[in-house]
Design a protein around this ligand. Structure first.
Ligand SMILES: [Cu+2]
Length: 116
């Protein structure tokens, strides 16, 4: 009987520990919304891919209707400034930061805001 009680205790302990770490994982991440200059699906994929490569990014999703990208990130590993800089280096505006000119010229013509 004593042995079963021990197993029972161990089980409870395991379950509650798993719960605590799951909660810690959730609160670890912060969310930021950044206005970009994405035009099409291509842009969406390109920006999300670039952002997801950064260390500390949990997930990112760009809404093409508003051109706003919503990003969950770990503030201990990455900051908003870094994320915005990366987006500009990919060729797109990020809030008040303008797209890197060189990167922008490399974009396919369908992805340019002022497609001449
Ligand atoms: Cu595009």
């Amino acid at each position: 009987m004593k042995r079963y009680f021990g197993i029972f205790l161990a089980l409870i302990l395991t379950v509650s520990l798993a719960n605590i770490s799951a909660r810690a994982e959730e609160t670890k991440f912060q969310t930021v919304k950044i206005q970009t200059s994405a035009v099409c699906d291509n842009c969406k994929t390109r920006i999300e891919k670039a952002v997801n490569k950064l260390d500390g990014i949990q997930k990112s999703d760009l809404d093409l209707e508003t051109k706003i990208i919503t990003i969950s990130y770990d503030p201990a590993k990455v900051n908003v400034e870094k994320i915005k800089t990366l987006i500009t280096k990919t060729g797109y505006d990020a809030d008040e930061m303008k797209a890197d000119k060189k990167a922008y010229t490399k974009l396919p013509s369908c992805c340019k805001v002022d497609s001449e």
